[in-house]
Design a protein around this ligand. Structure first.
Ligand SMILES: [Zn+2]
Length: 113
């Protein structure tokens, strides 16, 4: 039920923003989702269709930008994309890694009428 809670808070935020600017209809919602969040975009779309019924965001298109997981090695200080959750530095074979991207989850922008 991870996606349901996320979609609900995302929709609340969108409706709040759209209300503030006096929008009549939300046409598109641009989302940024980090790979590490483990959010399935089809699930978000499914819940969104359900939750947005009767709101001004009903029928809005969702656009997803996936952010790959990036880490920095504490051993050699190099940054790289994490591939297949292999937590080993390809440069020094160290495994003390710090996540620097991939946990994002936010509404980047909305397009309204
Ligand atoms: Zn390293």
């Amino acid at each position: 039920m991870h996606e349901l809670a996320i979609t609900q808070s995302m929709l609340d935020l969108v409706l709040e923003q759209a209300g503030e600017i006096g929008a009549k209809e939300v046409g598109r919602i641009n989302l940024v989702i980090g790979e590490m969040c483990g959010v399935v975009d089809e699930c978000v779309q499914f819940y969104f269709n359900f939750l947005s019924k009767g709101t001004i965001a009903e029928g809005a298109a969702l656009s997803f930008t996936m952010v790959p997981t990036a880490v920095r090695c504490r051993g050699c200080n190099k940054s790289f994309e994490l591939k297949e959750f292999d937590w080993t530095c390809p440069y020094c074979r160290g495994n003390s890694l710090e996540i620097i991207a991939g946990k994002e989850l936010f509404v980047e922008s909305i397009e309204v009428e």
